[in-house]
Design a protein around this ligand. Structure first.
Ligand code: PA5
Length: 482
């Protein structure tokens, strides 16, 4: 059983729905709630309103992520903002050797997805021509790790010295610092360390691009600095929580700096948003995915979701999804203030790697998981496994098929084995790994989470739980200084 979109994107739910899995009776049980959730999504699209959602300061706050795929005047993404992003991309091509993207959580995870999918592991080893003069990319600020920060600083200082010796001009570094609040410890400590080190370094030119809350009346620390120092500024827009910002200037500034096709990415998200407006459950990927996962959890105890894309460069999709699911739905209280301690638990996995690590547990451990596969139907530049050792029968047997085909056989075999032992799974199928289909996938996941928030009656758009440790950490840091 499959929901197939015109684009070729598929959602296969054979191993999640039917006898012994989520049943029609389960769906009938949630029919009214589902109707209400679907209506709530309409209201969210039209008015940016989600019932009972409040900001961190307890004020009513809009929810606008569903507007991001639509490029229009007055929208978060407008023709002017897209043109400005393209200018940034051109500027990076012409004037920048290295971009360091600094951010954490929602200000990092989506950017890493775009980088991994578009650039792959070896981007920084490619020549300028191979990168079409787009800069080399590093990520920082996603931890407070002295070793890694020091490694990046020292490495780039060495590169600057090599350039000097070769008479090749200064190393031009762009610090792309992304923080909605503008003061996050992890991001800002790395930013300050790098800014200080590179400003003092020999043969290095530093440019800063600040992506932060654009509010001018109550400017963030980062915004104040950007104004004082004349840095370029982009926006983490109001009404889009960090984990939904990959479709805003948070993700799109990085996208511009690597030559990722922003318009196609947003078009994919738009196509998915349109599919998700369908009133028919069986034609609405987000509504269907959400209710099947919700019912699997509530009615069958399958409250762990293992996000398992097949392909190395998709692992960061799984890491991005972890934040989306955990931060959106892990909530102590429902919208009426009743304690519910809701939340399915997300787990990162990647195929085939984790078939040699986690699969034993998925196959025989507790009956509490849904394994969500991601499949790429056609890999660009697929490789045929050559018959390198014809004399070795076992190796000759695996020769002649492509690696993409072998990868899919491995995935199917895993799904079949799980199904044969009462284990639930589902598949998102992307015809190819393009910006369009990636846009579809990420948007579908975001919209599914919004549906599930309504089904579970929790606010999917706040994150009060992350304030608890911050309240403890602030005074502890001050005490350390004292
Ligand atoms: O989803 C969220 O809101 C968080 O993960 C934030 O993105 C993260 O804490 C970083 O915050 P900021 O962008 O304010 O530095």
């Amino acid at each position: 059983m499959s929901l197939v979109l015109k684009s070729g994107f598929t959602f296969d739910y054979d191993n999640l729905y039917g006898e012994g899995k989520v049943t029609d009776a389960d769906l009938a049980f949630y029919a009214d709630d589902l109707k209400k959730a679907h209506e709530a999504m309409k209201v969210m699209r039209e008015k940016g309103f989600i019932r009972a959602h409040l900001s961190k300061d307890g004020e009513p706050e809009k929810v606008l992520f569903s507007q991001t795929p639509y490029i229009a005047d007055g929208h978060i993404n407008s023709p002017a903002s897209i043109a400005r992003l393209k200018e940034l991309g051109k500027h990076a091509q012409e004037n920048t050797d290295v971009v360091i993207s600094l951010g954490i959580g929602g200000s990092f995870l989506g950017n890493k997805v775009l980088f991994d999918v578009h650039c792959g592991e070896l981007w920084n080893s490619l020549s300028n021509e191979q990168r079409e003069n787009y800069p080399r990319i590093y990520f920082s600020g996603n931890n407070i790790d002295p070793r890694r920060t020091g490694d990046i600083i020292n490495h780039l200082k060495d590169v600057a010295q090599i350039k000097k010796k070769n008479g090749a001009g200064p190393l031009r570094i762009m610090l792309l610092v992304i923080s909605k609040s503008g003061g996050t410890l992890d991001t800002m400590s790395n930013f300050m360390g790098m800014y200080d080190a590179f400003m003092k370094a020999d043969n290095v030119e530093v440019e800063v691009v600040a992506v932060t809350d654009p509010n001018e009346e109550k400017p963030t620390l980062l915004k104040k600095l950007a104004i004082d120092k004349g840095w370029k500024q982009f926006a983490v827009p109001d009404g889009v929580g960090g984990r939904f910002t990959v479709f805003t200037e948070v993700g799109l500034t990085l996208a511009a700096c690597i030559g990722f096709d922003i318009e196609s990415f947003l078009a994919g998200a738009r196509g998915m948003d349109q599919a998700c407006q369908n009133d028919d459950l069986w034609q609405n990927p987000a509504m269907l995915n959400a209710v099947l996962k919700f019912a699997a959890s509530e009615k069958h105890g399958r409250d762990i979701e293992v996000m398992m894309p097949y392909g190395d460069y998709l692992k960061s999709v799984s890491e991005w999804y972890i934040q989306l699911l955990a931060e959106s739905l892990g909530k102590q209280f429902n919208k009426e203030g009743k304690e519910v301690c809701y939340g399915r638990t997300p787990v990162v996995a990647v195929g085939t790697t984790d078939m040699h690590a986690q699969t034993q547990q998925h196959q025989e451990g507790k009956l509490n998981k849904v394994v969500q596969f991601i499949r790429i139907d056609k890999w660009a530049d697929d490789l045929v496994i050559p018959n390198a050792f014809p004399e070795v029968k076992k190796l000759a047997d695996i020769a002649g098929v492509t690696m993409g085909e072998a990868l899919e056989v491995a995935r199917q075999s895993n799904a079949d084995a799980l199904a044969s032992n009462k284990r639930y799974s589902a598949v998102f199928g992307l015809p190819e790994l393009t910006p369009y289909h990636l846009g579809e996938l990420l948007y579908l996941l975001a919209m599914s989470i919004a549906y599930e928030g309504e089904l579970a009656d929790v606010d999917a758009f706040d994150q009060p739980g992350v304030e608890a440790y911050k309240r403890i950490m602030g005074p502890k840091l001050q005490a350390l200084k004292g």
